[in-house]
Design a protein around this ligand. Structure first.
Ligand code: A2P
Length: 281
């Protein structure tokens, strides 16, 4: 099974499919990521805020896999937006991950009501961290269309990705803005956090038709729309199930029927980035 590779706007490449470790407890992370590597995953999406980078690092170390075959993303914690703290935090992430550089470093949340609303300075800091070689690519997460416009017009540097909440019940409006800027969309909570989508009749009917599970149909929908996706599961059999999506495709009509499940703002499961202001203690 071959995971497709997409080209980012900085001309580097990213595997379109990976494993996410949000909500994977630190004590289980090495086992989950090791299972994922054995299944065939090579792309891991973590974050400083998840508290489990060391577990990812331990799995990388024990895997024996070549660094060049792996794609590792982490994200700036909300408390570290000042330039010096951002740099120190990325150095600490590299230490925990056992890496000289990550492949992708993201601003986790724009926090427009914190830091005097100055997420442009944070973006400028990520540009400097990339230029210093601590990360190959840089991007953002949870940026709304106006946040993207602000940082691009101030710096001229378009993020490689915008990682945002996207699943069939929430076709995030920031998706179109991200694509118009020439950035890739990364879909977080791609399965809707195991909520209603997995039993939605439109999705279960497509699953029966294709001889696949509802989770596989949803993941295929993300892939067929061109987004990067990294479902989380702590169960090895589900990691394998989620990875088994490269032997079928949805028709254009089937993609359209899933697009129609969008509930607008009611479908959002996570915080609204315009007001989210949480800084961990
Ligand atoms: P678990 O870790 O117990 O397997 P999302 O990626 O949208 O945030 O969704 C993650 C949630 O979906 C987790 O609760 C995970 O539970 C569950 N999940 C992951 N893969 C599957 C699957 N193939 N079938 C059903 N639930 C899944």
């Amino acid at each position: 099974m071959t995971v497709p590779t997409l080209t980012l706007n900085d001309q580097t490449t990213i595997p379109q499919f990976g494993v996410g470790v949000w909500q994977v407890p630190p004590t289980e992370t090495e086992r989950v990521v090791s299972d994922a590597f054995e299944v065939g995953y090579r792309h891991v999406d973590t974050a400083q805020m998840y508290g489990n980078e060391a577990g990812v690092g331990a799995a990388i170390k024990s895997s024996g896999l070549s660094r060049d075959d792996l794609y590792i993303t982490t994200k700036l914690n909300n408390g570290f937006h000042e330039p010096d703290r951002a740099r120190a935090s990325l150095e600490a992430s590299l230490e925990a991950l056992g890496l000289d550089r990550v492949d992708l470093f993201l601003i986790h949340w724009p926090l427009p009501t914190q830091y005097d609303g100055n997420y442009t300075r944070t973006w400028q800091t990520l540009i400097e961290l990339r230029d210093a070689g601590l990360t190959r690519s840089i991007g953002v997460s949870n940026f709304q269309p106006d946040h993207l416009d602000t940082i691009v017009s101030a710096t001229g540097v378009v993020p490689a990705v915008n990682q945002i909440e996207v699943h069939p019940y929430f076709d995030n409006p920031a998706r179109g803005a991200t694509q118009r800027h020439g950035a890739l969309v990364e879909a977080w909570s791609p399965l809707g956090q195991g909520g209603g989508e997995l039993t939605d009749p439109v999705i279960t009917a497509l699953a029966d038709k294709h001889g696949k599970t509802p989770a596989q149909v949803i993941l295929r929908w993300h892939l067929d729309r061109g987004d990067v996706v990294f479902p989380k599961s702590t169960h090895r059999e589900r990691l394998a199930e989620n990875f088994d999506v490269f032997d079928f495709a949805l028709s254009e009509d089937e993609v359209t029927s899933l697009n129609a499940l969008d509930k607008g703002e009611d479908g959002r499961t996570g915080p609204n980035p315009d007001v989210f202001d949480w800084i961990p203690a």
